[in-house]
Design a protein around this ligand. Structure first.
Ligand SMILES: *Cc1c(COP(=O)(O)O)cnc(C)c1O
Length: 349
C-alpha cells in the first residue's frame, strides 16, 4: 500500500469563498477549477462548491464533463475548438476568442458564449477595436448565439502600470455593453488582492478566481491554505552502521539505524526539483548550502525528517529516528505538481 494521501479542507475553501465575496463587494464568483481544481480534485471540489459559487470555469471540454454540479460552466480560452460545441451538455458556456471560429459553429442549436478580449497577453483573443464588429456580426448573422459575457485576462498583475493600462483598455471596450451583456469580468486572484485594481474594476460584476479559492495565495489577507499532504511509513528496515542505503549508495548509515519506506516518489513529483540542472556554480553553492543547512520537506510534528539519498520513482527512504510505523508525517509538496491520482480526503469541519 502507499499510505500517502492529501487532505482537502473544505471549511478553508468556504473561508476563501467568503473572503473573495467580501473583497469584491459580492461580485458573482466564477470558481476556476481547471487543472483538476489546481490539483485538489475537480469532482470533490466542485461538488462542495456547488452551493457556494455562481458558476464554474474549466480549461478544456474534458474537464467540463467532470464537474459535479448543474451550475453553468464557462469553458475558458484558449483551448476552445469548434468541435467542443457539439458536446451533449446544456450548461456549458463557450468562450469565443477569435472571429474565424464563428462560421464553423453548429447553427441548429442555440448556446451561450462569453467573448474573450485580448488586452495584452497575446495568447488568443479578439482585439478591443474589433469587439463592436464581432458583436454586431453575431447579433445579425448568428441568432442562435447568446452573448452572455465579455472578459479579459490580467496576466501580469505585479506590474501596476501595465495592468492599469489593460483595465483601461478593457473598460473602454466594454463600457457601452454594461447592463446590456450580463457578465463582465477581468479580476483573477492576484488582482483581487490589490485594492487599486478592485476599485478600477468596479464596472465589472464577476470575479474569476482559482489560486485564492485553494489558499495558494493571499495568506496574509485572510485566505487559508486548503490542503495538506500526509504519509505513514509503509515498512521499516534495519541497517548497521557503515552500510550503504538506496540507489547509488548515496547514503551511508552513521550508526545502527532503521530505514523507513514511504509510498511516494518522483511520480508524485517529490524530490524532482533536486534533479534540475542549472550551472556548475549554482550546483556547487546549492550542495554546500544543503550540507550546512538541513531544510526538511518531511515533518513529524515540528521536527524535520531526514530523506536518505534522493527520492526514487515511487518510493522515498527516510531515517526512522524518533518516529514509528504509526507516525503521521506531513509532506511539503505542491498539489499542482503532485500526480492527480494521489488519494484525496475531503474534510468538512
Ligand atoms: C486560470 C485562469 C484564471 C484564474 O486565475 P487565478 O490566478 O488562479 O485566479 C482566470 N482567468 C483565466 C482566463 C484563467 O486561465
Amino acid at each position: 500500500m502507499k499510505n500517502f494521501w492529501c487532505d482537502v479542507y473544505l471549511d478553508k475553501i468556504k473561508n476563501n469563498v467568503d473572503r473573495i465575496k467580501q473583497l469584491t463587494n459580492n461580485k458573482k464568483l466564477i470558481a476556476v477549477v481547471k487543472g483538476n481544481a489546481y490539483g485538489l480534485g475537480i469532482e470533490g471540489v466542485t461538488q462542495y462548491l456547488d452551493s457556494l459559487v455562481d458558476l464554474f470555469a474549466v480549461g478544456d471540454i474534458e474537464e467540463a464533463k467532470r464537474v459535479k454540479s448543474e451550475k453553468e460552466i464557462l469553458l475558458l480560452s484558449p483551448l476552445v475548438t469548434a468541435t467542443d460545441f457539439n458536446i451533449d451538455m446544456d450548461n456549458v458556456i463557450f468562450t469565443i476568442d477569435n472571429e474565424n471560429i464563428l462560421e464553423k459553429l453548429p447553427n441548429e442549436v442555440s448556446f451561450k458564449i462569453h467573448l474573450y478580449i485580448d488586452t495584452g497577453m497575446n495568447r488568443m483573443g479578439i482585439k478591443p477595436d474589433r469587439l463592436d464588429v464581432v458583436i454586431d456580426k453575431i447579433r445579425n448573422d448568428y441568432k442562435n448565439i447568446i452573448i452572455d459575457g465579455i472578459y479579459t485576462h490580467l496576466h501580469n498583475g505585479s506590474d501596476v502600470k501595465y495592468t492599469k493600462n489593460q483595465i483601461g483598455l478593457f473598460k473602454s471596450a466594454v463600457e457601452k455593453y454594461l447592463g446590456v451583456i450580463p457578465n463582465i469580468h477581468c479580476l483573477n486572484s492576484t488582482c483581487t488582492l490589490n485594492s487599486e485594481y478592485r476599485e478600477m474594476t468596479d464596472f465589472t460584476n464577476c470575479v474569476r478566481a482559482g489560486n485564492l479559492l485553494y489558499g495558494y495565495d493571499g495568506l496574509t489577507q485572510g485566505f487559508k491554505k486548503a490542503y495538506g499532504f500526509f504519509a505513514k511509513p509503509v515498512n521499516m528496515h534495519f541497517v548497521k552502521k557503515g552500510e550503504p542505503v538506496g540507489y547509488s549508495c548515496r547514503y551511508k548509515a552513521k550508526q545502527d539505524m532503521h530505514v523507513g519506506v514511504l509510498g511516494f516518489g518522483n511520480i508524485e513529483h517529490f524530490g524532482f526539483n533536486k534533479a534540475v540542472k542549472h550551472n556548475l556554480f549554482y550546483d556547487i553553492i546549492k550542495v554546500i548550502y544543503n550540507h550546512i543547512k538541513f531544510r526538511p520537506v518531511i515533518f513529524a510534528g515540528n521536527k524535520g525528517v531526514r530523506v536518505l539519498g534522493t527520492a526514487n520513482m515511487n518510493t522515498t527512504l527516510i531515517s526512522m529516528e524518533g518516529i514509528g510505523l504509526e507516525s503521521i508525517l506531513r509532506i511539503d509538496i505542491s498539489p499542482i505538481l503532485a500526480d492527480s491520482s494521489v488519494e484525496k480526503n475531503y474534510i468538512t469541519n
